[in-house]
Structures are given as structure tokens and as C-alpha cells.
Design a binder for this molecule. Sequence first.
Ligand SMILES: Cc1cc2nc3c(=O)[nH]c(=O)nc-3n(C[C@H](O)[C@H](O)[C@H](O)COP(=O)(O)OP(=O)(O)OC[C@H]3O[C@@H](n4cnc5c(N)ncnc54)[C@H](O)[C@@H]3O)c2cc1C
Length: 438
Amino acid sequence: MATSDSEVDVVIVGGGFAGVTAARELSARGRRAVLVEARDRLGGRTWTKDHDGHAMELGGTWVHPLQPHVWAEVDRYGVETETFPVLEGLRQAVVSDGRVVDLSDEDAARAMEAFDEFCAPGATLFPEPFLETLSADPQGLGDLSLRDQLETFKAEPALRDWVEGMCSLIAFGPLDQSGASEVARCYVLGGYSAEQAMASLSATKLVKGTRELINSIAGQATLADIRLNSPVRRVAQTDGGVRVELESGETVSAPTALIALPMNVLNSVEFEPPLSQVKRTASEERHAGAGRKCYVRVKGDIGNVSIAAPEAQAVNYVVTYDHGPEGSWLVVFSAIPEKLQMAAFDDVQGMQAALQPLLPGVEVESIVGWDWANDPHALGTWCTFRPGQLTKVLPDLRTTEGRLFFAGADSASVWRGFIDGAIESGYRSARDIDTYLS
Ligand SMILES: Cc1cc2nc3c(=O)[nH]c(=O)nc-3n(C[C@H](O)[C@H](O)[C@H](O)COP(=O)(O)OP(=O)(O)OC[C@H]3O[C@@H](n4cnc5c(N)ncnc54)[C@H](O)[C@@H]3O)c2cc1C
């Protein structure tokens, strides 16, 4: 629906899950919004792309019943889910001491026990994880890096390397730049269980892709005028409201605005008056999530594999997406993409070299993915706080400034960094804006 400025209650900047959920929730409260999104699609850091007969998720993928906000949406719209990776016949392995060590079911269970032990300090860090307490950190675990924590962690080498691989996968950035709290909180949110945490992070996906879910939510944002291809340049608070200026020169004004941008891109928009020093510093230093996820087509039937590797490897996790005699699709995760030594994103030879330690002899045919860390509208992947950011940044990231409200997965209180967190923040901000306008 098209809306003239005088009728608009709120301008929403950013059309990821946070902004779109807020638009729907505001519609339900009778509030009119204009949502301005820089890209030619909704979904932000989620992006379902059709390729080779698959609905491939280039960004956010996995959801889980332990993630209450996204699961409520899955139920609400009857969105079909499926198990991924397929567990039947799954070969699990880890790269340890330069070779691939296969893990029997018993080994895999022991690796999970080791991970439980590693995560256990989280139990006292977040005593009430589903309440708004995830920025409290009396033990200072958030000031330690995951590398600091790993250095004191003892387990037999292959199990320790598997735990390190999982840490790299969860942080998706350098371990010495990722807060120890980031893995601990997943453990806590998984019901103080490493196994449940891993299931929450990587067991269930949407059959038709995240786009089905975001389109369902957007479809009920009946009072929102959604404008794609509308990058915002400047947001100015005036005496009577907020004026949002687009790069095209157009402006949209309203009594309030919701800034639903990734933390890392806040500084690419000019704010008048400037945002708080904490928000500006956080956006400048960025969170640590800057890894690379891509789909890699390889020759032959690789079977169902799930292989982890410690940080020293360029690839830290690989899992089969689809396989058959004509070839297989793998999903490849690299926490530090610079280690891939790939001349370009689709450098087949570079990827083939990086995969050898995990899958010796593998032959790469093609690569599909997206470089989120260099995407100007994301500048990173999911939010992994650096040591210290949990307590110093999180409370302020969520704090209203004048007529500006803030939402996003990066500042969620429960599943921060996840689709669930984006939806949670959309609910919260819509409620707060409605109260403010009442
Ligand atoms: C590779 C990858 C894998 C992931 N895997 C998972 C997973 O398996 N499960 C999970 O739960 N989460 C996962 N995530 C994280 C999850 O996708 C994000 O945390 C969540 O989608 C963020 O939602 P958001 O609305 O807060 O932000 P975003 O989705 O980033 O939305 C912000 C929007 O703002 C727009 N924008 C930016 N600048 C401007 C501007 N100047 N003007 C107007 N609009 C602008 C952007 O284009 C974007 O659409 C993954 C993320 C990545 C990148």
C-alpha cells in the first residue's frame, strides 16, 4: 500500500526479519509504517536462492523449537520444516594433528560430552537465559576470548579439536576476537546441554526456505508501505518528528523511526543528532562474525558427511547438502575467509585446496554463496560479540534515542544473532513504539 507522509506513524529502516516483524506487529496495532529497504528483496541476512533445483539458503538457515519466537512464526504460518543434515548414514569426522579422524557414534558422543564440559561455565553466567538477563556477566566470561578459554581446556586431542571446530563454527570469526560468552550462551539456551545447543543451531531448516517465512510475515503487514531499492542515507530528528532521507533524494517523515539495521552498518547512515558514542564505537569496531558460508559442488557421491576442523584450517566445518552419483553439494563454513586464499569468491581451485585436509582428493566444480562480510548492507554475518561487547555494547544498542527506536538480531536479548532474535526484537520494538505513540 502507498502512504503519504502525513499518515505515517513510523519509518522502518531495514527489511530483515526484525524490520518486517515490526511492520506486521505495528499493523496489528493500527499503526501505519513506511519500510525502506536498500536491497531489491526482503530478508537481509537471510536469502533463499534457487539454484540447481534447490532452495539454497545463502544466509540464515536453521531454526528450532527451542527458539520460541521463530518457532511461533513457523507454527503460525504452517511453514514446513525438515531435518538437515540428514542423520541417516552420517559420517562424522574431525581434522586432528593434520589427518582426518573418523568418529564412531561412541566417539561422537564423547566429543559432545567434551563440549558440554567446555560450555559448563555458562551455567552460572546466564542463570535465567530466557529473561532479559543476557547482558549480565558477573564472572567476566564475556571479557575472555574463546581462544583464552580453549587454552585452558583439556581433552584428548581429537575431541579437543572437534570442540575448537565447533567454537569456530559458532563464532564464525577469529577465536581470539570472539567472546567466550558467545558459545556459553548457546549452551545455556539449549537447556544447559551442548547436544541440544547444537541441535538448535543446526538441525532443522525450512523446506521452501526462509523467504516463505519472511513473505508470510510481510503479507500481514497490511498497514505498511514496503519500499525496496530504497537505501537510506541520513536520518534526522526534528522538533516534530524524524526525517529519513534516501540516497535517491526522496524523504519520508513520521513521528518516529525504527532503525532495524545490522550493528556493523549503523555508521554507514548519517544520524542527526549523532547516535550515542557506544553505538558508533560498536559499529566501527564491528562484531566478530565475518566468516564465509558457501555451497560447493563436488564430483561424485561424497555421502552424508559432517566434518569439523580447528581454527588452523581454512575450512572449519563441512556438511553434505545433497549427494548422488552425478555429484554432491556441500555446505562449507570458513570462520576466517582470508585463510581460504581464494583469488575470487568462486575460485574453484582455491576452494579445492582448502577442502583437501577435510576431504582428501575432493574435486570442486562450482561455488555458490554470498560474501556477507563485504556486503555493504551487512558488513558481517551473525552477531558474535568481541570480548567485552556483551556488557559494554548490548544494553546501549537497544536503547531508544529521542524518537529513534532500535531493533535487530544483533541486539536481541535471548537468541542474539539468530533469526529468532530478529523476530523477538521486532515484537519488542513495535510494542514500545505503540506505547510511545499512545
Ligand atoms: C551466512 C549466515 C548464516 C546464518 N545462519 C543462521 C542460521 O542458521 N540460523 C539463524 O537463526 N540465523 C542465522 N544467521 C543469522 C541471521 O540470518 C541474522 O541474525 C538475522 O537474519 C538478522 O536479521 P535482522 O533483521 O536483524 O538484520 P538483517 O537481516 O541484516 O536486516 C537488516 C536490513 O537492513 C537493510 N539495510 C542495510 N543498510 C540499509 C540502508 N542504508 N538503508 C535501508 N536498508 C538498509 C539490509 O539490506 C537488510 O535487509 C546467519 C547469517 C548469515 C550471514
